[in-house]
Design a protein around this ligand. Structure first.
Ligand SMILES: C[S@@+](CC[C@H](N)C(=O)[O-])C[C@H]1O[C@@H](n2cnc3c(N)ncnc32)[C@H](O)[C@@H]1O
Length: 396
């Protein structure tokens, strides 16, 4: 729901960043080209908040970013009080919030109308940043606040609870025009489709009956109509025919239910329906099932909790760095996580921007999926010793 004029405030908001916190204007240090010699990626050395100042350099490589990014990903220092790999993680709370706000405004300006911003944090600061996101992007631009399992064993050194998850907040640049995939192919489990059809394509049987008790002939009268079937041959028809008996949708306790498909859709896709005898709570009865095929390109809607077994963990991410022959960066994100985000939020050739590049996982994922990318990192040592060697080792 929209809250026009929603606004948050804190002491020091809008004041210039403390000296030394705002880094230098970004400089182009590495351009990656595709097989045709076109620039497909760029590494900038400097402060993500000043990316606009690098527009000339970016245009030179055909990546002029203003309003062009389909995805902006931010994985800033979480502000948990640690010190990592040459960056501080212990700014005063409200200074840190102003620092994040400045970069969220930049992210908004970089995004295309159809694009999304993804902000990766943990629960130390996420609730305050949600408020700032509501203000910068608008309350109706909120898409999701995902839980990402980052440490399945849990951080045993934490005081009360062993922290094991991060937060991933997703907002649209324009909720009316946003483009985001409804799921990903990699989440589809082939084992869920155990039957093999005559065409060799695997399928599963889904009840055509709507199993949600909220839907019944009283609440959804148009979805209750007779179908006709023969459990011996499996045949189903929307019209009466010799040898077929009438089937009405019922729940397991035989109370009236409704179908998931309208009569028009059942007529159009009758070839996908099959009649079977089922042994329900009230004895055997005849029911109708949909043959749901595991076709190429099929996607699955994702849940709002992402498990390490699906998207990797901090440990997997560190192993990926070691496999690329680089070490010494302690807070990388796993490649499977970044591939999932890029796959959901962008299409081929779209532009991905990361304002806190670190070891470059976003660039690796974007490159692997054929997206163009621009990443900005303020620590020149990280660029020199981790990011660029990793891109070269992974062929990006
Ligand atoms: C949590 S790490 C990002 C990790 C990255 N997602 C990866 O997979 O390796 C945060 C990174 O942001 C960098 N950083 C901090 N402030 C920055 C700024 N203002 N502009 C650009 N990079 C910054 C730090 O040097 C650090 O490498």
């Amino acid at each position: 729901m929209t809250s026009p004029g929603f606004s948050v405030s804190w002491p020091g908001r809008g004041e210039p960043e403390v000296p030394g916190e705002q880094g230098p204007a970004p400089r182009l240090v590495e351009v990656v080209r595709d097989a045709d010699g076109r620039a497909s990626g760029a590494v900038l050395d400097g402060d993500g908040a000043r990316i606009a100042e690098a527009s000339a350099a970016l245009e030179e490589v055909g990546l002029g970013p203003t309003g062009a990014a389909q995805l902006v990903y931010l994985d800033p220092p979480f502000n948990r009080g640690g010190r990592f790999d040459g960056y501080h993680d212990n700014m005063p709370r409200l200074t840190w919030l102003s620092y994040i706000e400045a970069r969220l405004v930049v992210a908004r300006d970089l995004l295309a109308d159809t694009g999304t911003v993804w902000v990766h944090l943990d629960d130390a600061e996420a609730h305050r940043v949600r408020c700032v996101l509501d203000e910068v992007f608008g309350t109706d631009a909120f898409i999701a606040d995902l839980t990402v399992e980052s440490n399945p064993k849990g951080r045993q050194l934490d005081r009360f609870f062993a922290g094991s998850h991060d937060r991933l907040m997703v907002y649209a640049r324009d909720p009316g025009r946003v483009r985001l995939a409804g799921g990903v192919a990699s989440a589809v489990d082939p084992a869920d489709f155990p039957h093999v059809g005559e065409d060799g394509i695997n399928f599963r049987l889904l009840p055509l009956r709507n199993t949600n008790k909220r839907f019944n002939p009283r609440t959804t009268p148009t979805m209750t109509y007779p179908l006709y079937g023969d459990p011996g041959s499996g045949a189903v028809s929307v019209d009466p025919a010799p040898g077929l008996s009438e089937i009405l949708p019922v729940f397991g306790d035989l109370t009236p239910a409704v179908w998931r498909w309208s009569r028009a859709r059942a007529t159009e896709r009758v070839d996908e329906l099959v009649c079977r005898t089922v042994r329900g709570r009230s004895g055997p009865r005849v029911d109708v099932y949909q043959r749901d095929r595991h076709e190429a390109g099929r996607i699955k809607k994702l849940k709002s909790i992402w498990l390490a077994q699906e998207v990797g963990s901090t440990d997997t991410a560190r192993a990926e760095l070691r496999n690329a022959g680089v070490d010494g960066f302690r807070t990388p994100k796993p490649e499977a996580l970044m591939r999932r985000i890029v796959e959901l939020a962008t299409g081929p050739d779209d532009l991905v921007v990361d304002l806190f590049a670190g070891s470059g996982t976003t660039a690796v994922a974007a490159h692997a999926l054929g997206r163009r990318w621009v990443v900005v990192e303020r620590n020149p040592e990280t660029i020199r010793e981790v990011l660029v060697p990793r891109l070269r080792a992974t062929g990006a």
